[in-house]
Design a protein around this ligand. Sequence first.
Ligand code: SAM
Length: 235
Amino acid sequence: MSEHLISPVALIHTPYQQKFAIPRQPGLVSAAEATLELLPPYDNPECVRGIEAFSHLWLLFKFHQTAEQGWKPLVRPPRLGGNTKVGVFASRSTFRPNAMGLSVVKLLAVDITHGRASLRLQGVDLVNGTPIYDIKPYLPYSDAINEAAGGFADSRPNSEMTVLFTPEAAQQLAHHQQRYANLQLLIEQVLQQDPRPAYKQRVVASQNYGMALYDLNIKYRVEAKITEVLEIYSD
Ligand code: SAM
């Protein structure tokens, strides 16, 4: 079997500094905006000529943070509670042969600065710095299939979590929103997804957690279906 070496065409810059808390599919957190930095020679504006006519794009990328951990024939999707196993090719697991990821994202704008093209995107589910191997326009007539069956992930995940901010966190939020205008919505949308692993979601007692968005650490507490943001700070 022949092997082909491929190299990235772009790097993506996203608010997500670690895998934890990233939504499990694109489009779930609309406040997650990203910049896709095309790498030379693909940053030539000719490479993206006409792309602004498409509202959405497919990104093919590498799960570069987990690629070295390899893959197994069976995986345990979080949507099935983390115990039931399905085949790797019946899942969107990051642990797969070739570690290739596929996400559809919204195209907000094409920027050309000093002769270099970059794209502004919305709704991403990728960790900051993920290498992108190809970009293709989303074609609704072919890619959107109304009667398609979604298996164990037939609908958007339920997000019954209520997100609140303590008075201290609300003050810190107001301060950091001077730099990140959409910060409140981003935190709320991420935490409404309840990023905890499936086995933790069954814990009812109050527990504290942390996540990193942009250059900020966000500490929060979860008790039953209430998430309270406790602290937002930069190092
Ligand atoms: N939409 C893509 C797909 O179906 O191929 C990704 C689905 S995968 C279940 C989404 C998860 O991948 C995120 O929640 C995050 O934890 C993880 N992830 C995102 N970027 C990654 C990267 N560069 N390396 C490893 N894991 C990553």
